[in-house]
Design a protein around this ligand. Structure first.
Ligand SMILES: Cc1cc2nc3c(=O)[nH]c(=O)nc-3n(C[C@H](O)[C@H](O)[C@H](O)COP(=O)(O)O)c2cc1C
Length: 166
């Protein structure tokens, strides 16, 4: 193993120990809804409010989001492991995830998942090449706050096998 491989291995161990909240990100173009579980996401600015969501180029959600104007970012409640498994463990290329959960069209028709009462819709301001993921920089245009319970976190999501290889 050379120095670069060793550094890469240690880097993956370091970031694998991090813990952070998981999100379900949905979008639509026309009548084609898409959505997946996302861990690579962060607020990037307070004023103006900005949030970055990173989508893998392998995912169906990315392919739909490439031409979408809006994304909805859902905060996954800790008890909703089934939702994380549906959106993280299955691909819309293989199953219709939206026939397996209750949802309704939100702003611009973007799917709003009813199991998540904390969510916001964001307008896509920019798409940034970040490696094997593409960053979608969002400007929140509508936000809803419901329960204040704990979030579903990465250490719980790690046992889900991604529906698409990363
Ligand atoms: C713990 C975990 C974290 C994930 N983080 C991301 C992520 O940040 N971005 C992403 O695009 N996919 C991420 N995924 C993978 C997708 O959620 C998964 O491949 C999904 O099945 C893709 O569905 P789609 O093809 O319908 O878009 C993650 C999966 C898991 C289990």
């Amino acid at each position: 193993m050379n120095a670069t491989e060793a550094t890469g291995g240690t880097f993956h161990e370091l970031v694998g120990d991090l813990d952070y909240s998981m999100f379900v990100v949905t979008t639509t173009v026309g009548s084609e809804p898409a959505g997946c579980l996302v861990g690579f996401a962060s607020q990037t600015s307070i004023d103006p409010p900005r949030f970055l969501v990173c989508l893998s180029r392998n995912n169906r959600t990315y392919r739909v989001a490439r031409s979408a104007d809006l994304l909805a970012v859902h905060f996954v409640p800790r008890q909703a492991e089934w939702l994380a498994a549906l959106f993280g463990g299955r691909s819309g290329d293989d199953v219709d995830k939206f026939s397996r959960c209750a949802w309704h069209p939100g702003p611009g028709g973007v799917p709003v998942i009813e199991a998540c009462d904390n969510w916001f819709a964001g307008r896509v301001l920019d798409r940034v090449d970040l490696g094997d993921h593409v960053g979608f920089l969002l400007e929140p245009v509508e936000a809803h706050r419901g329960h204040r319970g704990p979030q579903f976190e990465f250490h719980r999501a790690k046992r889900i096998e991604p529906g698409h290889p990363a």
